[in-house]
Design a protein around this ligand. Sequence first.
Ligand code: F6R
Length: 606
Amino acid sequence: MCGIIGYTGNKDVTEMLLDTLEMLEYRGYDSAGIAVSDTDGKIRIVKCAGRVKELRHLFGSSQINGNSGMGHTRWATHGGVTDQNAHPHRYGHITLIHNGIIENYRELKEKYQLQDMLNSETDTEIVAGVINHFYNGDPLDAIRKSVVKLKGTFALVIMFDDFPDTIFAIRNVSPIVVSSSNEGNVLASDVAAVCQFSKEYFVLPELHTIVMNRECVLLYDLSGECVEPDILTADWELGQNGKGGFPFYMEKEIMEQPEVIQKTIEGRIVNGLPFFSKDEVTDEILKECNRICVVACGTAMHAGLVGQVLAQSVLGIHMDVELASEFMYADPVIDDQTLVIAISQSGETIDTLEALKYAKRAGAKTLSIINVRGASIARESDYVIYTYAGPEVAVASTKAYTTQLSVLYLLTARMALVRGVLNEGEVRTFISELQRTPEMVDQVLQKRDQIHKMARRVLDARDTFMIGRGLDYSILLEGSLKLKEISYIHSEAYASGELKHGTIALITDKTPVVAMVTQSRLKDKEMSNIREVCSRGAKVMLFTRESFQISGMDEWSEVFELPDMQDLFMVLPASVALQLFAYYVSADKGYDVDKPRNLAKVVTVE
Ligand code: F6R
């Protein structure tokens, strides 16, 4: 969480920082601020609560001229959303921005008697105070002495009054990447932000300090030794066309799904069979495990739930799907025969990262399914499979989810082959159904006006239920999360057979119900459950498949027919339909669909 940028070079820094903060705003958008070293070598701070556009407004037509500076977009952890709590913070000679949480900030405040000079309620200002306490003219020494006192996670970017054109940074867990180019040197929380200068970058190693000025970038370990960074090359194309003519990134990203699913699967299918040789995933790890455990959060965890149905129904292998934030506190049973799969779009979600590290310590083999190249979770994993969703800017995940699912189908097929569960012919049939998904998803997109019409039915609802069984229930968990997070309508996904054990008491004519019926063996039971809610006055919006030809259509408020696929594959078209449903509700309610309140795209606090 929190977007970070630091730059020193020959560009006009104010404009560059504001432009980059706009790009990083999806990391947090409570407040924004910059610090710039002006032409007199004085560090000047401009910051406010609100979006980057409000920060830009503060400058009017004037700027602070200078070539070095840093910027921050905030997702509040300590202290409310106020101008004072916005970063950068200043204490004595130190100006500082921070991503992360300092757990022992109260003790530090007392130990170094910082209270009298504090202007904010943040843990960040305390860190500036601690560095100021240790500063006696040597920035590196002050940083080293300070960070060993900090408990928690941090990415700190620091400017010292005495060295106004030098940017210092250090991190623990929270990411910082660094890049150099003819135009200057830059560091940021995201690879996408440094890629605007150069495709070559390096990840700041934990507890190493970067010292960066216009001429050079130097990297030091905690003992003060200068070390060489490991240079990586980003194969990450920034979307050049912004929203591509759509009102929101979310709509653009939903519409991109046929293409990115295709991109994710095509290079991994040879002669109709799945291969992960280019990803360097060995058949041994797929063959030798006797248990699989997925760790992930939110939407990525919902992808895991679909993977669980695939693993159990196709492979007959036990799979647990764990909320990453709960994983290590549940005393999980894992050993060297367990394959732990971490699923994450950003590859930076700290709960997932910590769960993965825990699993590694317990001896498990680890594989991650990640969208952002070179992200922390990818670096920690034994094996990585990248999704090719491209940059996902909208906070609500859409194309990352469907590409994660595509990888899980491929992985199931490869495991079935190498474990001898399916023969080559059966695997080819499975894969050819997977290859139909881009076309089937496209068919849903073509009928999006119908989904828009259904969405209008829930605009005024306070509560909704989404009901289904089996795989339909897994799909609805994700559909319900989408609706909640961007439309602020309370939505509960419920296993429809379970309603009668209590929750049906909440169903009235004021609770619209979304029902999903795509699974042949569950159809009749699901229809009975739907009739039960209709009898309590609920208006039902039914998503089903063309071939089911549900009778008594006029009983339902609206029906959307999904294109037919084999049962296991209905997840993809059905999920896209629910993404569109949530999207239209949010857009019609007039919300900022891409930046829902209280959220951030990359969650780097536990
Ligand atoms: C919801 C959403 C979140 C993320 C979750 C994990 O639309 O995007 O639930 O799925 O925060 O993020 P990643 O996938 O980056 O680990």
